[in-house]
Design a protein around this ligand. Sequence first.
Ligand code: SF4
Length: 348
Amino acid sequence: METETSRAALDLIRGYEGRPVRIMEVCGTHTHAIFKYGIRKVLPEQVRLISGPGCPVCVTETGFIDEALWLAQERKVTITTFGDLIRVPGSERNLREARADGADVRTVYSPLDALTYAREHPEKEVVFLSVGFETTVPGSCLAVKKAKEEGVGNFALLTANKTMDQAYPVLKDSADAFLYPGHVSAITGMGIYRKLLDQGISGAVCGFTPDEILTALAVILKRLKSGQPFTENCYPRVVTEEGTPIGRSLIREIMEPCGAIWRGIGNIPASGLKLRSDYTAFDARKKYDVPDLSGRPNPACRCGDVLMGRIKPPACPLFGKVCTPEQPVGACMVSSEGTCSAYYQYNL
Ligand code: SF4
């Protein structure tokens, strides 16, 4: 239903007469909300929305799935994970296929559920697959902290956590401005975006209702006209200047920055998080001596080009033919937040 806010924002958007612009939404939840509410259809033709790499499953590299498979198959550990990850392809197979062959792979709703499972099954070695951005990292950190305090020695993390702020400079040439993710910003606060201003990177933090998305787009279009870098908080009911300091200090206490491989993008220095040395006993790679497994993604998959906004999913030759949400070939088709999955679901 059209509200006064969305009408006003739409008027501003439809009245845009500037140069062609590209606005990248980096959050998978935004991608789906934008499709769901038909927002692309109301934009003038010189305003192009691009879906970026903000879905944690989509940017989890093939080698990480291979590591989880190795742990399940060679070390016979119990893998606990969010549901989407079990369908992400590794080099040869995915975790769901390994489970069908007898590997112990369990879906959980949170890292604390995984810790509870480990506590209740001392005879098993339990590893939680810790993926995700600032929004989900505190949960993994809390699980490790409690495991150490309680002496739960059969619990560990296999980490592929990432932080968004180092990714924006890499994506800078793909977009004129960003729709910054509402969930991540609730933890980080606005400070990270002010630092990006020095690099000429602009954007607006955005919520998830039609009013909030249209308002953020209208603000971006208005601010782009000035030609000066800008940052705006268009989600003030949730995102504050300081964010959630308790969440950030928990992350700092348990984890430290490291380089991270983003599927389809490559290594982004200091964009990952790994457990600090005080928590080595809970680091699955060290605890189980995981070998260096560099994954081999399907060479026909164009996830990297999709995640960098270089192509739209239908330009991938596998889209909708051999790659579907039921039988995903690439990670962007797996998660409900993935760009390819959104294009498939909304029949675009
Ligand atoms: S359609 Fe499938 S194979 Fe193609 S880019 Fe998307 S996820 Fe990869």
